[in-house]
Design a protein around this ligand. Structure first.
Ligand SMILES: [Zn+2]
Ligand SMILES: [Zn+2]
Length: 186
């Protein structure tokens, strides 16, 4: 158990840039998520999708360990700012949400990086995390694979993939033309 964890931890640390606290716990969380779905860490799990609830260090560990990514459309972010992620098996619909048990008592343990690594290497996932069986309602357009829908915005003429357009009074609009975009053209 400990060796496999340390091997994955190294992989996640390389991907992230260093082995910090979030990588230590995120690696364990990712491995526990795979285990819950009966998936293997060192295999390509084509049917796996992960829904992250935070964009911090832990997210990089989940990406490195599971191989799920934004570009493969197998990694999604619902940013609740919470140390949690849901592991979803596309083939069965089974979904397990995993969150941090330490949050429950809100008592951070004082330990060095090495001590934390040893603690995570030698503790079972069930003693570190809380699991919930959940149902995830996924739009077909969110799934990995070939694009199912393409459109052109009637205002900016830019291409819109994957059903992200809105139809207003019969006209196709992209989200940036419809709402206030995150950027301002200068
Ligand atoms: Zn970090
Ligand atoms: Zn537009």
């Amino acid at each position: 158990m400990a060796d496999l964890y340390k091997e994955q931890l190294e992989k996640a640390g390389k991907f992230h840039g260093d082995i910090c606290g979030g990588i230590i716990s995120g690696t364990k969380l990712a491995m526990y998520g795979l285990e819950q779905l009966g998936m293997d860490v060192n295999k390509k799990n084509k049917n796996l999708m992960v829904f992250l609830e935070i964009d911090r260090c832990m997210s990089d560990a989940v990406q490195a360990v599971t191989g799920c990514s934004l570009g493969r459309r197998s990694l999604k972010l619902n940013n609740y700012g919470k140390f949690a992620a849901t592991f979803y098996d596309i083939s069965t619909g089974k979904a397990i949400r995993i969150s941090d048990k330490e949050d429950d008592n809100f008592n951070p343990i004082e330990e060095t990086t090495e001590e934390k690594i040893e603690r995570y290497a030698n503790t079972l996932g069930k003693d570190l995390f809380k699991i919930q069986e959940v149902e995830v309602d996924i739009d077909e357009n969110e799934l990995p694979g070939k694009p199912r829908d393409k459109a052109i915005c009637s205002v900016c003429n830019e291409r819109i993939m994957d059903g992200k357009q809105e139809i207003i009074e019969g006209k196709i609009l992209c989200k940036s033309c419809l709402d206030k975009p995150y950027y301002k053209i200068i």
